[in-house]
Design a protein around this ligand. Structure first.
Ligand code: SF4
Ligand code: SF4
Length: 80
């Protein structure tokens, strides 16, 4: 299980091609899940286990580079 959203498995998908290194997502994430890469400062996942699935990063990314997917744990178990 990934993330802190009860009953869900959370995935944060980052499209590296779309990311233009603006920094919004890793500055706003309240759980410090994301960090900048070196040296390009594109968004990377640092600590997915802390993600609450709030989707703030997805909503504020102006380049549609982030997709937060929350899968119910029962469904994730069936798929695995
Ligand atoms: S908000 Fe979007 S464009 Fe900006 S660093 Fe994050 S993923 Fe990249
Ligand atoms: S969904 Fe929320 S907690 Fe998870 S990485 Fe995005 S801003 Fe951070």
């Amino acid at each position: 299980m990934a993330g802190k959203l009860k009953g869900f498995d959370v995935a944060v998908e980052i499209n590296e091609q779309r990311c233009r290194s603006c920094g919004i997502c890793y500055e706003v994430c309240p759980e410090d899940v994301l960090e900048p890469s070196t040296p390009l400062r594109k968004a990377l996942i640092k600590n997915l286990d802390s993600c609450t699935g709030c989707r703030l990063c997805e909503w504020l990314c102006t380049d549609w580079a982030i997709n937060v997917v929350a899968t119910p744990l029962a469904q994730a178990a069936v798929g695995s």
